[in-house]
Design a protein around this ligand. Structure first.
Ligand code: ARG
Length: 503
């Protein structure tokens, strides 16, 4: 038997089953930062003397240095990151000092503090990577405002669109993910510290102070709600799941478009793999795995939701299982964004092939019907019927809209003679796209407008990321300044004044 809680000794099996050091590894620096802020607050509130504070902050500083040097290895026998860090402090400072660090704190609010500090930065990292992918779509769009290609519904040729329209389409969908990540950040960046086990404490703590030292935007007020809730976890998991789904849809298009049947895109040799038996194969493995792995992100969201669904308010050990799924979702997001960006960036689009496809399969039939509506005053339903019969007649004869003679004859037979030149203009995919003036439609003007909008949104997102990064850095610096002051023997009053308190 090993381990001990109070008077009770604990079986090895219990520790093996319950310890969380693997998942907690990435929380180490945040557990230290949270402990520094907590100890500083305790001292300011008169719950630690200056001497006690110094004795606690000194080993926390060495712990951080050890962590940076890769020397702080979590011991599973100590259950989790919190007990590891506390034990580190106690070993160095002795029980009389180390034993005071956990005053007015529970692992329940502590783990949430650590996790939120980690998650907010992980969110920013994904946001940054996502901005790069959106940027890539912007570049594709700018280059291909008038590159026509088939637009699909039901995976069947529908109407002509442009490659620029397609690219901005992905840009806008990804912008949705960016917004969800930003909202998850807002939810995440609120301080749980001081909720303690579930109810707050009768000791005179200052939650605003720890929140400020840690760079949280505000205090997550309700102690029971904050300990019970996992909004920040599932909002982040949701944002990562929708991002994975959008990536998967892009991946699917890359897979399809690079087939011999589509031939609208070719992948760079360096970004495709081969077959062990078929020498001619060039496979889109990156895209396939991006598609395949999206399932994981979806499942991780479901895992988190399922975890919470039957838990009464309060802390339950079940809640420990909130982190591995979120970590996995984060770990999957960046490599997928990188893979898809690299794949797209090096791939070659084939405008000729796109043009051929859009031309030979009646994709401007709706435009022809619209012409009858607009210029010949035919009710749309009837125009739909006339055009449908024209298409059927041409298809039966093995012809396409490129055969203007045949098309004009079929229209004449329906009672609607149209001059050849006019018919050519109606049926030409590029002219059709140019005539589309719908706000948000595939027309060049609209695509230019959407490029501008995307650029603006991207710029806004990037400066929001930079601002958040700066705030986090400023909070780190604030805590560091306090810690250094205390360690160098500055009186506390001087320390507080140095960071702008009591000025
Ligand atoms: N490892 C735990 C978790 O992740 C930390 C909190 C433990 N709290 C407790 N009351 N046992 O949730």
């Amino acid at each position: 038997m090993i381990g001990a809680w109070g008077q009770r000794r604990v079986e090895n099996l219990v520790l093996r089953y319950t310890e969380s050091t693997r998942a907690d590894e990435r929380l180490v620096p945040y557990d230290i930062w949270g402990s520094q802020a907590h100890a500083l607050m305790l001292a300011r509130q008169g719950l630690l003397t200056e001497e006690e504070l110094r004795r606690i902050l000194a080993p926390l500083e060495t712990a951080f240095q050890d962590y940076l040097a890769g020397k702080l290895i979590l011991d599973p026998q100590l259950e989790d990151v919190h007990m590891n860090v506390e034990q580190y402090v106690t070993q160095a400072a002795g029980k009389a000092f180390g034993g005071k660090l956990h005053t007015a704190r529970s692992r329940n609010d502590q783990v949430l503090t650590d996790a939120r500090l980690y998650v907010r930065e992980a969110l920013l990292e994904v946001e940054e990577r996502l901005c790069q992918l959106i940027d890539l779509f912007l570049r594709i769009a700018q280059e291909h405002i008038e590159t026509v290609m088939p637009g699909y519904t039901h995976t069947q040729h529908a109407q002509p669109i442009t490659l620029g329209f397609w690219a901005t389409g992905h840009g806008f969908l990804l912008l949705g993910d960016l917004r969800r990540l930003q909202r998850a950040y807002e939810t995440t960046n609120r301080s749980p510290l001081g909720a303690c086990a579930l109810a707050g404490t009768n000791l005179p703590i200052d939650r605003q102070l720890t929140a400020w030292l840690l760079g949280f935007d505000s205090v997550e007020t309700h102690a029971l709600a904050v300990v019970s809730g996992r909004d920040f976890i599932w909002e982040a998991a949701f944002a990562l799941a929708t991002l994975a789904v959008n990536c998967s849809r892009l991946a699917e298009e890359i897979v399809l478009w690079s087939t011999y049947e589509f031939r609208m895109i070719s992948l760079a040799d360096e970004y495709a793999l081969g077959s062990s038996i078929m020498p001619q194969k060039k496979n889109p493995d990156l895209a396939e795995l991006a598609r395949g792995r999206s399932g994981k992100a979806i499942a991780r969201l479901q895992e988190v939701l399922t975890l919470l669904k039957a838990l009464p308010l309060g802390y339950h050990r079940d809640l420990q299982e909130d982190k591995p799924p979120l970590w996995e979702a984060f770990d999957g997001a960046i490599p997928t964004l990188e893979a898809l960006s690299a794949l797209l960036e090096t791939a070659q689009f084939h405008p000729e092939r796109m043009r051929q496809l859009v031309q030979e399969n009646f994709s401007t039939a709706t435009e022809l019907a619209n012409y009858l509506v607009q210029k010949r005053n035919v009710p749309f339903r009837e125009a739909h019927g006339i055009t449908g019969r024209v298409v059927a007649a041409l298809a039966a004869a093995g012809r396409t809209f490129e055969d203007l003679e045949a098309c004009a004859k079929a229209l004449e037979a329906e009672g609607y003679p149209i001059a050849r030149e006019e018919l050519r203009r109606i049926l030409d995919p590029l002219e059709a796209v140019r005539r589309n003036r719908t706000e948000g439609g595939t027309g060049p003007e609209s695509v230019r407008q959407m490029i501008k909008e995307l650029q603006w949104q991207l710029q806004k997102a990037r400066s929001a990321i930079a601002e958040r990064r700066n705030r986090i850095a400023a909070a780190r610096e604030r805590t560091r300044r306090c810690v250094q002051g205390v360690l160098q023997g500055e009186p506390l009053a001087t320390v507080w004044r140095a960071v702008g308190l009591d000025s």
